[in-house]
Design a protein around this ligand. Sequence first.
Ligand code: OXD
Ligand code: MN
Length: 615
Amino acid sequence: MPQGRWVAFQHGLRGIQGCSNGPTKTERILSTPAEQWVEEVARKTKPKQIVWCDGSERENERNVETLIEQGSTVRLNESTYPNCYLHRSNPNDVARTENVTFICSNRKEDAGTTNNWMAPGEAKEKIGKLFDGAMAGRTMYVVPYLMGPADSPITKAGIEVTDSPYVVASMRIMARIGNKALEKIGNTPDFVPGLHSLGDLSPDRRFIMHFPEEKLIWSIGSGYGGNALLGKKCFALRIASKMANEQGWLAEHMLILGLEDPSGKVTYMAAAFPSACGKTNLAMMVSALESSGYKVWTVGDDIAWMQIGPDGYLRAINPEAGFFGVAPGTNALSNPNVMDALRRNSIFTNTAMTAAREPWWEGIDGAVPSGLIDWQGRAATGTNGTAAQPNSRYTVPACQAPCISPLWQDPVGVPISAFIFGGRRARLAPLVYESFNWQHGVFVGATMASETTAANTGKTGVTRRDPMAMLPFCGYNMADYFRHWLDMGKKIPHPPKIFHVNWFRKGADGKFLWPGFGENARVLKWILERVEGKGKAEETPIGWVPTADALTLDGLKISPETMDELLRVDQSDWAKENEDTAQFFKKFGNDLPRELHHEHDQLGRRFGSTASAGS
Ligand code: OXD
Ligand code: MN
Protein backbone atom coordinates (compact mmCIF):
# COMPACT_ATOMS: atom_id res chain seq x y z
CA MET A 1 0.00 0.00 0.00
CA PRO A 2 1.34 3.41 -0.81
CA GLN A 3 2.41 5.49 2.09
CA GLY A 4 1.43 9.05 2.52
CA ARG A 5 -2.21 9.16 1.57
CA TRP A 6 -3.83 8.05 4.77
CA VAL A 7 -3.75 11.25 6.76
CA ALA A 8 -6.26 12.78 4.41
CA PHE A 9 -8.71 10.04 5.07
CA GLN A 10 -8.03 9.68 8.75
CA HIS A 11 -9.01 13.24 9.45
CA GLY A 12 -11.67 13.36 6.80
CA LEU A 13 -9.84 16.41 5.49
CA ARG A 14 -10.08 17.47 1.92
CA GLY A 15 -7.78 20.47 1.71
CA ILE A 16 -4.27 20.28 0.40
CA GLN A 17 -2.70 17.20 1.88
CA GLY A 18 0.97 17.15 1.15
CA CYS A 19 1.37 14.22 3.47
CA SER A 20 4.56 12.28 3.52
CA ASN A 21 3.72 9.37 5.76
CA GLY A 22 0.96 8.35 8.04
CA PRO A 23 -1.03 5.71 9.80
CA THR A 24 -2.33 2.77 7.88
CA LYS A 25 -5.35 1.44 9.76
CA THR A 26 -7.79 4.00 8.49
CA GLU A 27 -9.86 2.23 5.90
CA ARG A 28 -12.84 1.69 8.16
CA ILE A 29 -13.29 5.41 8.67
CA LEU A 30 -13.59 6.13 4.96
CA SER A 31 -16.97 7.65 4.83
CA THR A 32 -18.31 9.27 1.72
CA PRO A 33 -18.79 7.57 -1.64
CA ALA A 34 -16.33 10.14 -3.05
CA GLU A 35 -13.65 9.13 -0.57
CA GLN A 36 -14.31 5.47 -1.18
CA TRP A 37 -13.90 5.87 -4.92
CA VAL A 38 -10.71 7.89 -4.51
CA GLU A 39 -9.37 5.21 -2.20
CA GLU A 40 -10.16 2.50 -4.70
CA VAL A 41 -8.40 4.45 -7.44
CA ALA A 42 -5.36 5.10 -5.23
CA ARG A 43 -5.11 1.40 -4.47
CA LYS A 44 -4.87 0.75 -8.18
CA THR A 45 -2.70 3.64 -9.38
CA LYS A 46 -0.39 3.80 -6.32
CA PRO A 47 0.47 7.52 -6.17
CA LYS A 48 3.14 8.78 -3.79
CA GLN A 49 0.68 11.27 -2.32
CA ILE A 50 -2.85 12.52 -2.71
CA VAL A 51 -3.91 16.16 -2.92
CA TRP A 52 -7.59 17.01 -2.60
CA CYS A 53 -8.01 20.30 -4.45
CA ASP A 54 -9.93 23.01 -2.64
CA GLY A 55 -9.86 25.50 -5.50
CA SER A 56 -8.06 28.20 -3.49
CA GLU A 57 -5.57 30.75 -4.79
CA ARG A 58 -2.88 29.39 -2.52
CA GLU A 59 -3.31 25.92 -3.91
CA ASN A 60 -3.14 27.27 -7.45
CA GLU A 61 0.12 29.07 -6.73
CA ARG A 62 1.61 25.84 -5.46
CA ASN A 63 0.33 23.95 -8.44
CA VAL A 64 1.84 26.47 -10.84
CA GLU A 65 5.19 26.15 -9.08
CA THR A 66 5.04 22.40 -9.57
CA LEU A 67 4.18 22.86 -13.22
CA ILE A 68 7.10 25.18 -13.79
CA GLU A 69 9.47 22.83 -11.94
CA GLN A 70 8.36 19.98 -14.20
CA GLY A 71 9.78 21.93 -17.13
CA SER A 72 7.04 21.98 -19.77
CA THR A 73 5.39 25.15 -18.52
CA VAL A 74 6.78 28.67 -18.49
CA ARG A 75 5.51 31.90 -17.07
CA LEU A 76 4.64 34.54 -19.70
CA ASN A 77 5.43 38.26 -19.55
CA GLU A 78 4.18 39.35 -16.12
CA SER A 79 3.42 42.90 -17.16
CA THR A 80 1.64 42.28 -20.49
CA TYR A 81 0.19 38.82 -19.68
CA PRO A 82 -0.14 38.75 -15.88
CA ASN A 83 -0.72 35.32 -14.37
CA CYS A 84 -0.46 33.62 -17.78
CA TYR A 85 1.47 30.48 -18.66
CA LEU A 86 2.57 28.62 -21.74
CA HIS A 87 2.44 24.85 -21.56
CA ARG A 88 4.04 22.56 -24.13
CA SER A 89 2.49 19.14 -24.42
CA ASN A 90 4.24 16.05 -25.68
CA PRO A 91 4.49 16.54 -29.48
CA ASN A 92 2.67 13.22 -29.99
CA ASP A 93 -0.24 14.49 -27.89
CA VAL A 94 -1.75 17.60 -29.45
CA ALA A 95 -5.43 16.85 -30.09
CA ARG A 96 -8.38 14.69 -29.16
CA THR A 97 -8.00 11.16 -30.49
CA GLU A 98 -11.32 9.83 -31.70
CA ASN A 99 -9.84 6.54 -32.94
CA VAL A 100 -9.05 5.53 -29.33
CA THR A 101 -12.22 6.97 -27.80
CA PHE A 102 -14.69 4.25 -26.83
CA ILE A 103 -18.25 3.95 -25.61
CA CYS A 104 -18.34 0.89 -23.36
CA SER A 105 -22.05 0.15 -23.12
CA ASN A 106 -23.15 -3.34 -22.13
CA ARG A 107 -24.67 -3.93 -25.56
CA LYS A 108 -22.80 -2.98 -28.73
CA GLU A 109 -25.99 -1.71 -30.34
CA ASP A 110 -26.34 0.87 -27.57
CA ALA A 111 -23.09 2.50 -28.73
CA GLY A 112 -24.39 2.46 -32.30
CA THR A 113 -22.54 2.41 -35.59
CA THR A 114 -20.89 5.80 -35.25
CA ASN A 115 -18.96 5.07 -32.02
CA ASN A 116 -16.05 2.78 -31.22
CA TRP A 117 -17.30 0.16 -28.80
CA MET A 118 -15.66 -2.12 -26.28
CA ALA A 119 -17.47 -4.40 -23.82
CA PRO A 120 -17.20 -2.94 -20.28
CA GLY A 121 -15.60 -6.12 -18.90
CA GLU A 122 -12.98 -6.20 -21.62
CA ALA A 123 -12.33 -2.47 -21.22
CA LYS A 124 -11.87 -2.75 -17.46
CA GLU A 125 -9.52 -5.67 -17.92
CA LYS A 126 -7.48 -4.23 -20.78
CA ILE A 127 -7.29 -0.58 -19.74
CA GLY A 128 -7.33 -1.42 -16.04
CA LYS A 129 -3.91 -3.03 -16.48
CA LEU A 130 -2.53 0.24 -17.81
CA PHE A 131 -3.70 2.03 -14.66
CA ASP A 132 -1.94 -0.46 -12.36
CA GLY A 133 0.76 1.59 -10.63
CA ALA A 134 0.39 4.32 -13.27
CA MET A 135 0.80 7.08 -10.65
CA ALA A 136 3.76 5.53 -8.83
CA GLY A 137 6.11 8.32 -7.79
CA ARG A 138 3.54 10.94 -8.81
CA THR A 139 1.04 13.08 -6.97
CA MET A 140 -2.58 12.18 -7.43
CA TYR A 141 -4.80 15.26 -7.53
CA VAL A 142 -8.46 14.88 -6.66
CA VAL A 143 -10.41 17.61 -8.43
CA PRO A 144 -14.06 17.86 -7.37
CA TYR A 145 -15.85 20.06 -9.89
CA LEU A 146 -19.22 21.39 -10.94
CA MET A 147 -20.49 21.63 -14.48
CA GLY A 148 -22.77 24.64 -14.24
CA PRO A 149 -23.30 27.36 -11.61
CA ALA A 150 -23.38 26.03 -8.02
CA ASP A 151 -26.99 27.13 -7.46
CA SER A 152 -28.51 25.77 -10.68
CA PRO A 153 -30.77 22.71 -10.62
CA ILE A 154 -29.32 21.81 -14.05
CA THR A 155 -25.74 21.66 -12.69
CA LYS A 156 -24.02 18.32 -12.11
CA ALA A 157 -20.91 17.32 -10.22
CA GLY A 158 -17.88 15.32 -11.18
CA ILE A 159 -14.63 14.27 -9.59
CA GLU A 160 -11.54 14.02 -11.76
CA VAL A 161 -8.57 12.19 -10.34
CA THR A 162 -5.46 13.05 -12.32
CA ASP A 163 -1.68 12.93 -12.08
CA SER A 164 -1.26 16.04 -14.25
CA PRO A 165 -0.90 19.45 -12.58
CA TYR A 166 -1.57 21.00 -16.01
CA VAL A 167 -4.98 19.31 -16.01
CA VAL A 168 -5.64 20.71 -12.52
CA ALA A 169 -4.71 24.24 -13.63
CA SER A 170 -6.88 23.92 -16.75
CA MET A 171 -9.85 22.43 -14.89
CA ARG A 172 -9.63 25.40 -12.53
CA ILE A 173 -10.44 27.66 -15.49
CA MET A 174 -12.86 25.41 -17.35
CA ALA A 175 -15.02 24.28 -14.41
CA ARG A 176 -15.90 25.34 -10.87
CA ILE A 177 -13.51 23.24 -8.81
CA GLY A 178 -12.84 22.58 -5.15
CA ASN A 179 -14.83 23.00 -1.98
CA LYS A 180 -18.04 24.25 -3.54
CA ALA A 181 -18.21 21.08 -5.61
CA LEU A 182 -17.38 18.89 -2.66
CA GLU A 183 -20.10 20.57 -0.62
CA LYS A 184 -22.62 19.78 -3.32
CA ILE A 185 -21.50 16.16 -3.54
CA GLY A 186 -21.46 15.77 0.26
CA ASN A 187 -22.17 12.23 1.30
CA THR A 188 -23.95 11.32 -1.92
CA PRO A 189 -22.88 9.20 -4.87
CA ASP A 190 -24.14 11.96 -7.17
CA PHE A 191 -20.97 12.68 -9.08
CA VAL A 192 -19.43 11.42 -12.30
CA PRO A 193 -16.11 9.81 -11.44
CA GLY A 194 -13.34 10.40 -13.99
CA LEU A 195 -9.99 8.69 -13.68
CA HIS A 196 -7.19 10.28 -15.66
CA SER A 197 -3.53 9.41 -15.85
CA LEU A 198 -0.84 10.56 -18.23
CA GLY A 199 0.36 6.96 -18.22
CA ASP A 200 3.52 6.85 -20.31
CA LEU A 201 2.05 9.16 -23.01
CA SER A 202 2.57 6.48 -25.62
CA PRO A 203 -0.05 6.71 -28.39
CA ASP A 204 -0.18 2.89 -28.28
CA ARG A 205 -1.39 3.02 -24.71
CA ARG A 206 -3.80 5.94 -25.07
CA PHE A 207 -7.48 5.23 -24.40
CA ILE A 208 -10.47 7.43 -23.63
CA MET A 209 -13.16 5.16 -22.23
CA HIS A 210 -16.74 5.99 -21.31
CA PHE A 211 -19.04 3.69 -19.37
CA PRO A 212 -22.43 5.31 -20.01
CA GLU A 213 -24.46 2.93 -17.85
CA GLU A 214 -22.14 3.45 -14.85
CA LYS A 215 -21.56 7.13 -15.74
CA LEU A 216 -17.82 6.56 -15.40
CA ILE A 217 -14.85 7.89 -17.40
CA TRP A 218 -11.35 6.43 -17.70
CA SER A 219 -8.69 8.21 -19.70
CA ILE A 220 -5.03 7.27 -19.98
CA GLY A 221 -2.04 8.20 -22.12
CA SER A 222 -2.94 11.78 -23.05
CA GLY A 223 -2.61 15.11 -21.26
CA TYR A 224 -4.32 17.19 -23.93
CA GLY A 225 -7.66 18.98 -24.14
CA GLY A 226 -10.80 16.96 -24.45
CA ASN A 227 -8.87 13.74 -23.77
CA ALA A 228 -7.73 14.94 -20.37
CA LEU A 229 -10.03 17.72 -19.11
CA LEU A 230 -12.72 15.17 -18.38
CA GLY A 231 -15.46 17.67 -17.55
CA LYS A 232 -15.65 18.85 -21.14
CA LYS A 233 -16.27 16.39 -23.96
CA CYS A 234 -16.22 13.21 -21.84
CA PHE A 235 -18.68 14.28 -19.13
CA ALA A 236 -20.56 17.33 -20.46
CA LEU A 237 -21.23 15.71 -23.84
CA ARG A 238 -20.72 11.92 -23.97
CA ILE A 239 -21.90 10.96 -20.48
CA ALA A 240 -24.35 13.88 -20.19
CA SER A 241 -25.97 13.09 -23.56
CA LYS A 242 -26.78 9.64 -22.18
CA MET A 243 -28.13 11.16 -18.94
CA ALA A 244 -30.16 13.64 -20.98
CA ASN A 245 -31.63 10.80 -23.01
CA GLU A 246 -32.62 8.94 -19.84
CA GLN A 247 -33.93 12.01 -18.04
CA GLY A 248 -35.61 14.02 -20.82
CA TRP A 249 -33.25 16.92 -21.46
CA LEU A 250 -30.58 17.89 -23.99
CA ALA A 251 -26.78 17.99 -23.68
CA GLU A 252 -25.52 19.52 -26.92
CA HIS A 253 -22.33 20.64 -28.65
CA MET A 254 -23.72 24.15 -28.94
CA LEU A 255 -22.69 27.72 -28.24
CA ILE A 256 -25.26 29.92 -26.52
CA LEU A 257 -25.60 33.61 -27.36
CA GLY A 258 -28.06 36.38 -26.69
CA LEU A 259 -28.94 38.93 -29.36
CA GLU A 260 -30.01 42.23 -27.85
CA ASP A 261 -32.35 44.38 -29.94
CA PRO A 262 -32.59 48.19 -29.83
CA SER A 263 -35.33 48.01 -27.17
CA GLY A 264 -32.94 46.11 -24.88
CA LYS A 265 -34.76 42.79 -25.23
CA VAL A 266 -32.39 39.82 -25.50
CA THR A 267 -33.29 36.72 -27.52
CA TYR A 268 -31.20 33.61 -26.91
CA MET A 269 -30.01 31.19 -29.57
CA ALA A 270 -27.96 27.99 -29.41
CA ALA A 271 -25.86 26.91 -32.37
CA ALA A 272 -24.11 23.69 -33.36
CA PHE A 273 -21.24 23.66 -35.86
CA PRO A 274 -18.61 21.00 -36.49
CA SER A 275 -15.04 21.81 -35.45
CA ALA A 276 -13.24 24.48 -37.54
CA CYS A 277 -16.41 26.42 -38.39
CA GLY A 278 -15.84 29.39 -36.05
CA LYS A 279 -18.13 28.51 -33.17
CA THR A 280 -16.16 30.39 -30.51
CA ASN A 281 -15.84 33.42 -32.78
CA LEU A 282 -19.59 33.48 -33.45
CA ALA A 283 -20.39 33.14 -29.75
CA MET A 284 -18.17 36.13 -28.95
CA MET A 285 -18.92 38.24 -32.00
CA VAL A 286 -18.82 42.02 -32.08
CA SER A 287 -21.95 42.71 -34.09
CA ALA A 288 -21.65 44.82 -37.25
CA LEU A 289 -25.07 46.19 -36.27
CA GLU A 290 -24.02 47.33 -32.80
CA SER A 291 -24.43 51.01 -33.65
CA SER A 292 -28.07 50.34 -34.56
CA GLY A 293 -28.67 48.56 -31.26
CA TYR A 294 -28.04 44.86 -32.05
CA LYS A 295 -25.46 43.46 -29.69
CA VAL A 296 -24.31 39.90 -29.10
CA TRP A 297 -23.85 38.56 -25.55
CA THR A 298 -21.98 35.32 -24.89
CA VAL A 299 -23.41 32.67 -22.59
CA GLY A 300 -21.24 29.77 -23.78
CA ASP A 301 -19.00 28.81 -26.69
CA ASP A 302 -19.06 25.01 -26.83
CA ILE A 303 -21.63 23.14 -24.75
CA ALA A 304 -25.27 23.71 -23.78
CA TRP A 305 -27.28 21.77 -21.21
CA MET A 306 -30.97 22.42 -21.68
CA GLN A 307 -34.04 21.45 -19.69
CA ILE A 308 -37.67 22.35 -20.13
CA GLY A 309 -38.34 25.20 -17.70
CA PRO A 310 -41.56 25.83 -15.74
CA ASP A 311 -42.35 28.53 -18.33
CA GLY A 312 -42.37 25.91 -21.12
CA TYR A 313 -39.19 27.25 -22.76
CA LEU A 314 -36.03 25.26 -23.17
CA ARG A 315 -33.72 26.74 -20.54
CA ALA A 316 -30.00 26.54 -21.29
CA ILE A 317 -26.93 26.77 -19.10
CA ASN A 318 -23.31 26.75 -20.13
CA PRO A 319 -21.88 23.98 -17.95
CA GLU A 320 -18.35 25.32 -18.42
CA ALA A 321 -16.58 28.26 -16.79
CA GLY A 322 -13.96 28.99 -19.44
CA PHE A 323 -13.17 28.95 -23.14
CA PHE A 324 -10.76 26.41 -24.59
CA GLY A 325 -10.36 27.84 -28.07
CA VAL A 326 -8.11 27.23 -31.04
CA ALA A 327 -5.50 30.02 -31.11
CA PRO A 328 -4.29 30.15 -34.75
CA GLY A 329 -6.44 32.54 -36.76
CA THR A 330 -7.65 34.35 -33.63
CA ASN A 331 -7.08 38.09 -33.94
CA ALA A 332 -8.72 41.48 -33.52
CA LEU A 333 -10.94 40.89 -36.53
CA SER A 334 -12.01 37.29 -35.94
CA ASN A 335 -12.49 37.59 -32.17
CA PRO A 336 -11.63 40.91 -30.52
CA ASN A 337 -13.42 39.92 -27.32
CA VAL A 338 -11.28 36.87 -26.69
CA MET A 339 -8.13 38.81 -27.62
CA ASP A 340 -9.02 41.11 -24.75
CA ALA A 341 -9.99 38.29 -22.37
CA LEU A 342 -6.82 36.27 -22.83
CA ARG A 343 -4.50 39.00 -21.54
CA ARG A 344 -4.60 37.65 -17.99
CA ASN A 345 -5.11 34.51 -15.91
CA SER A 346 -4.91 32.33 -19.02
CA ILE A 347 -3.06 29.22 -20.09
CA PHE A 348 -1.70 28.86 -23.61
CA THR A 349 -0.95 25.40 -24.86
CA ASN A 350 1.43 24.73 -27.75
CA THR A 351 1.44 28.29 -29.05
CA ALA A 352 4.70 29.94 -30.02
CA MET A 353 6.31 32.57 -27.75
CA THR A 354 7.96 35.86 -28.69
CA ALA A 355 11.26 37.13 -27.35
CA ALA A 356 9.18 39.34 -25.02
CA ARG A 357 7.59 36.16 -23.61
CA GLU A 358 4.21 36.83 -25.14
CA PRO A 359 2.14 34.10 -26.79
CA TRP A 360 2.12 34.09 -30.59
CA TRP A 361 0.39 32.15 -33.34
CA GLU A 362 -0.18 32.26 -37.08
CA GLY A 363 -2.94 34.75 -37.85
CA ILE A 364 -2.45 36.86 -34.71
CA ASP A 365 -2.29 40.62 -35.36
CA GLY A 366 0.97 42.27 -36.37
CA ALA A 367 4.08 41.22 -38.21
CA VAL A 368 5.99 38.02 -37.44
CA PRO A 369 8.35 39.04 -34.61
CA SER A 370 11.98 38.09 -34.64
CA GLY A 371 13.33 35.75 -31.99
CA LEU A 372 10.20 33.63 -32.03
CA ILE A 373 10.29 30.31 -30.14
CA ASP A 374 8.09 27.64 -31.69
CA TRP A 375 5.59 25.40 -29.88
CA GLN A 376 8.26 22.80 -29.23
CA GLY A 377 10.59 25.34 -27.63
CA ARG A 378 12.92 25.65 -30.65
CA ALA A 379 13.92 28.80 -32.50
CA ALA A 380 11.21 29.26 -35.14
CA THR A 381 13.07 29.11 -38.45
CA GLY A 382 10.11 28.78 -40.78
CA THR A 383 11.48 25.43 -41.93
CA ASN A 384 10.04 23.36 -39.09
CA GLY A 385 6.37 23.80 -39.85
CA THR A 386 4.20 26.41 -38.21
CA ALA A 387 5.50 28.22 -35.13
CA ALA A 388 2.30 27.53 -33.21
CA GLN A 389 0.88 24.00 -33.38
CA PRO A 390 -2.27 24.22 -35.61
CA ASN A 391 -4.45 22.96 -32.71
CA SER A 392 -2.75 25.17 -30.12
CA ARG A 393 -5.17 26.62 -27.60
CA TYR A 394 -5.97 29.38 -25.14
CA THR A 395 -7.74 28.52 -21.90
CA VAL A 396 -9.48 31.63 -20.60
CA PRO A 397 -11.92 32.30 -17.74
CA ALA A 398 -15.32 33.08 -19.32
CA CYS A 399 -15.95 35.92 -16.86
CA GLN A 400 -13.06 37.87 -18.42
CA ALA A 401 -14.76 38.24 -21.80
CA PRO A 402 -16.12 41.79 -22.26
CA CYS A 403 -19.10 40.25 -24.09
CA ILE A 404 -20.06 37.82 -21.33
CA SER A 405 -23.81 37.89 -20.74
CA PRO A 406 -25.01 39.23 -17.39
CA LEU A 407 -27.12 36.04 -17.28
CA TRP A 408 -24.34 33.58 -18.08
CA GLN A 409 -24.51 32.09 -14.59
CA ASP A 410 -28.26 32.43 -14.13
CA PRO A 411 -29.31 29.24 -12.29
CA VAL A 412 -32.55 28.87 -14.27
CA GLY A 413 -30.71 29.19 -17.59
CA VAL A 414 -31.62 31.40 -20.53
CA PRO A 415 -34.71 30.65 -22.68
CA ILE A 416 -33.70 29.37 -26.13
CA SER A 417 -35.78 30.72 -29.02
CA ALA A 418 -33.72 29.42 -31.94
CA PHE A 419 -31.42 26.54 -32.75
CA ILE A 420 -28.90 27.14 -35.50
CA PHE A 421 -27.14 24.33 -37.33
CA GLY A 422 -24.36 24.98 -39.79
CA GLY A 423 -21.34 23.75 -41.61
CA ARG A 424 -18.88 24.65 -44.31
CA ARG A 425 -20.56 24.12 -47.68
CA ALA A 426 -18.79 25.75 -50.63
CA ARG A 427 -21.73 25.26 -53.01
CA LEU A 428 -24.80 23.75 -51.51
CA ALA A 429 -26.43 25.56 -48.62
CA PRO A 430 -27.72 29.12 -48.78
CA LEU A 431 -26.54 31.69 -46.26
CA VAL A 432 -29.50 30.93 -44.02
CA TYR A 433 -32.79 29.08 -44.07
CA GLU A 434 -35.48 28.17 -41.58
CA SER A 435 -36.91 24.68 -41.28
CA PHE A 436 -40.64 24.16 -41.71
CA ASN A 437 -41.18 22.71 -38.24
CA TRP A 438 -39.42 20.81 -35.45
CA GLN A 439 -39.39 17.43 -37.23
CA HIS A 440 -37.98 18.96 -40.38
CA GLY A 441 -35.47 20.86 -38.22
CA VAL A 442 -34.30 17.59 -36.67
CA PHE A 443 -33.77 16.28 -40.22
CA VAL A 444 -31.75 19.41 -41.04
CA GLY A 445 -29.59 18.81 -37.95
CA ALA A 446 -29.27 15.08 -38.59
CA THR A 447 -28.02 15.67 -42.14
CA MET A 448 -25.61 18.45 -41.19
CA ALA A 449 -22.27 18.24 -42.94
CA SER A 450 -19.10 20.19 -43.41
CA GLU A 451 -16.45 20.16 -46.07
CA THR A 452 -12.92 19.61 -44.82
CA THR A 453 -10.31 22.31 -45.27
CA ALA A 454 -6.71 21.75 -46.33
CA ALA A 455 -5.63 22.72 -42.82
CA ASN A 456 -7.73 19.88 -41.40
CA THR A 457 -6.89 16.94 -43.50
CA GLY A 458 -4.76 17.95 -46.46
CA LYS A 459 -7.73 17.01 -48.64
CA THR A 460 -10.14 19.76 -49.53
CA GLY A 461 -13.83 19.53 -50.15
CA VAL A 462 -14.51 16.11 -48.61
CA THR A 463 -18.00 16.23 -47.15
CA ARG A 464 -18.23 14.89 -43.62
CA ARG A 465 -21.62 14.24 -42.06
CA ASP A 466 -21.66 15.42 -38.49
CA PRO A 467 -25.24 15.30 -37.15
CA MET A 468 -25.87 18.18 -34.76
CA ALA A 469 -22.01 18.41 -34.55
CA MET A 470 -22.31 15.48 -32.13
CA LEU A 471 -20.72 12.70 -34.17
CA PRO A 472 -17.64 12.44 -31.91
CA PHE A 473 -19.57 13.32 -28.76
CA CYS A 474 -22.79 11.30 -28.65
CA GLY A 475 -22.43 8.82 -25.79
CA TYR A 476 -24.97 6.36 -27.17
CA ASN A 477 -26.57 5.12 -30.38
CA MET A 478 -26.99 8.12 -32.66
CA ALA A 479 -30.24 6.74 -34.08
CA ASP A 480 -31.63 6.77 -30.52
CA TYR A 481 -30.30 10.30 -30.19
CA PHE A 482 -32.35 11.33 -33.24
CA ARG A 483 -35.39 9.67 -31.66
CA HIS A 484 -34.72 11.63 -28.46
CA TRP A 485 -34.64 14.90 -30.41
CA LEU A 486 -37.93 14.03 -32.13
CA ASP A 487 -39.52 13.17 -28.78
CA MET A 488 -38.24 16.35 -27.12
CA GLY A 489 -40.03 18.39 -29.78
CA LYS A 490 -43.33 16.96 -28.60
CA LYS A 491 -42.55 17.76 -24.96
CA ILE A 492 -41.38 21.39 -25.19
CA PRO A 493 -44.40 23.72 -25.00
CA HIS A 494 -42.46 26.55 -26.71
CA PRO A 495 -39.88 24.80 -28.85
CA PRO A 496 -37.09 26.83 -30.46
CA LYS A 497 -37.38 27.40 -34.22
CA ILE A 498 -34.65 25.59 -36.13
CA PHE A 499 -32.38 27.29 -38.69
CA HIS A 500 -29.37 26.39 -40.84
CA VAL A 501 -26.59 28.79 -41.77
CA ASN A 502 -23.60 28.61 -44.11
CA TRP A 503 -21.02 31.38 -43.88
CA PHE A 504 -18.74 29.58 -46.32
CA ARG A 505 -20.47 29.61 -49.71
CA LYS A 506 -18.05 30.38 -52.54
CA GLY A 507 -18.49 32.05 -55.90
CA ALA A 508 -17.26 30.78 -59.27
CA ASP A 509 -13.93 32.47 -58.52
CA GLY A 510 -13.48 30.29 -55.42
CA LYS A 511 -13.79 33.27 -53.08
CA PHE A 512 -16.15 33.44 -50.12
CA LEU A 513 -19.34 35.31 -51.01
CA TRP A 514 -20.16 36.44 -47.47
CA PRO A 515 -17.76 38.50 -45.32
CA GLY A 516 -18.58 36.61 -42.11
CA PHE A 517 -17.37 37.57 -38.59
CA GLY A 518 -19.32 40.57 -37.19
CA GLU A 519 -21.42 40.74 -40.36
CA ASN A 520 -23.04 37.46 -39.33
CA ALA A 521 -25.11 39.60 -36.94
CA ARG A 522 -27.21 40.50 -40.00
CA VAL A 523 -28.21 36.85 -40.29
CA LEU A 524 -28.87 36.60 -36.55
CA LYS A 525 -31.13 39.65 -36.86
CA TRP A 526 -33.21 37.89 -39.55
CA ILE A 527 -33.42 34.81 -37.32
CA LEU A 528 -34.62 37.03 -34.48
CA GLU A 529 -37.25 38.56 -36.76
CA ARG A 530 -38.45 35.09 -37.80
CA VAL A 531 -38.71 34.09 -34.14
CA GLU A 532 -40.89 37.15 -33.62
CA GLY A 533 -43.10 36.20 -36.55
CA LYS A 534 -41.66 38.95 -38.73
CA GLY A 535 -38.82 38.74 -41.23
CA LYS A 536 -39.56 38.23 -44.89
CA ALA A 537 -39.03 34.78 -46.33
CA GLU A 538 -39.73 32.74 -49.39
CA GLU A 539 -40.78 29.11 -49.27
CA THR A 540 -38.33 26.78 -51.05
CA PRO A 541 -38.07 22.97 -51.05
CA ILE A 542 -35.44 23.10 -48.28
CA GLY A 543 -37.25 25.58 -46.03
CA TRP A 544 -37.83 29.32 -45.65
CA VAL A 545 -35.09 31.43 -47.26
CA PRO A 546 -34.89 35.23 -46.80
CA THR A 547 -36.30 37.24 -49.67
CA ALA A 548 -33.81 39.45 -51.50
CA ASP A 549 -34.73 42.46 -49.35
CA ALA A 550 -35.10 40.65 -46.02
CA LEU A 551 -31.59 41.02 -44.62
CA THR A 552 -30.37 44.34 -43.21
CA LEU A 553 -27.42 45.16 -45.45
CA ASP A 554 -26.88 48.86 -44.61
CA GLY A 555 -23.24 49.72 -44.51
CA LEU A 556 -22.18 46.51 -46.24
CA LYS A 557 -20.79 46.55 -49.75
CA ILE A 558 -22.35 43.52 -51.35
CA SER A 559 -23.96 43.37 -54.78
CA PRO A 560 -27.52 42.16 -55.41
CA GLU A 561 -26.03 39.41 -57.64
CA THR A 562 -23.85 38.18 -54.79
CA MET A 563 -26.87 38.16 -52.47
CA ASP A 564 -28.85 36.17 -55.06
CA GLU A 565 -26.02 33.69 -55.24
CA LEU A 566 -25.84 33.47 -51.44
CA LEU A 567 -29.54 32.72 -51.15
CA ARG A 568 -29.93 30.44 -54.18
CA VAL A 569 -31.27 26.90 -53.79
CA ASP A 570 -29.91 24.78 -56.63
CA GLN A 571 -32.04 21.84 -57.62
CA SER A 572 -29.29 19.63 -59.04
CA ASP A 573 -26.95 20.23 -56.09
CA TRP A 574 -29.75 19.29 -53.71
CA ALA A 575 -30.62 16.17 -55.72
CA LYS A 576 -27.06 15.00 -55.24
CA GLU A 577 -27.20 15.95 -51.56
CA ASN A 578 -30.33 13.88 -51.14
CA GLU A 579 -28.57 10.85 -52.60
CA ASP A 580 -25.69 11.38 -50.19
CA THR A 581 -28.15 11.59 -47.33
CA ALA A 582 -29.67 8.27 -48.39
CA GLN A 583 -26.20 6.70 -48.19
CA PHE A 584 -25.56 8.27 -44.81
CA PHE A 585 -28.89 7.14 -43.41
CA LYS A 586 -28.10 3.54 -44.43
CA LYS A 587 -25.49 3.53 -41.66
CA PHE A 588 -28.27 3.47 -39.11
CA GLY A 589 -30.20 0.59 -40.73
CA ASN A 590 -33.59 -0.08 -39.20
CA ASP A 591 -32.79 2.03 -36.14
CA LEU A 592 -33.26 5.31 -38.00
CA PRO A 593 -36.56 6.90 -36.91
CA ARG A 594 -39.12 6.68 -39.71
CA GLU A 595 -39.80 10.41 -39.32
CA LEU A 596 -36.36 11.11 -40.76
CA HIS A 597 -37.00 8.81 -43.73
CA HIS A 598 -40.23 10.68 -44.18
CA GLU A 599 -38.49 14.08 -44.18
CA HIS A 600 -35.97 12.75 -46.66
CA ASP A 601 -38.75 11.57 -48.97
CA GLN A 602 -40.56 14.86 -48.64
CA LEU A 603 -37.47 16.83 -49.57
CA GLY A 604 -37.05 14.72 -52.70
CA ARG A 605 -40.71 15.21 -53.58
CA ARG A 606 -40.53 18.96 -53.11
CA PHE A 607 -37.74 19.00 -55.66
CA GLY A 608 -39.91 16.87 -57.93
CA SER A 609 -37.56 13.92 -57.83
CA THR A 610 -39.00 10.42 -57.86
CA ALA A 611 -35.82 8.71 -56.71
CA SER A 612 -35.74 10.40 -53.35
CA ALA A 613 -36.83 7.72 -50.98
CA GLY A 614 -33.67 6.24 -49.51
CA SER A 615 -35.86 4.24 -47.14
C1 OXD B 1 -13.44 21.35 -29.35
C2 OXD B 1 -13.92 20.47 -30.44
O1 OXD B 1 -12.25 21.34 -29.03
O2 OXD B 1 -15.11 20.49 -30.73
O3 OXD B 1 -14.29 22.06 -28.79
O4 OXD B 1 -13.12 19.72 -31.01
MN1 MN C 1 -16.28 21.69 -29.36
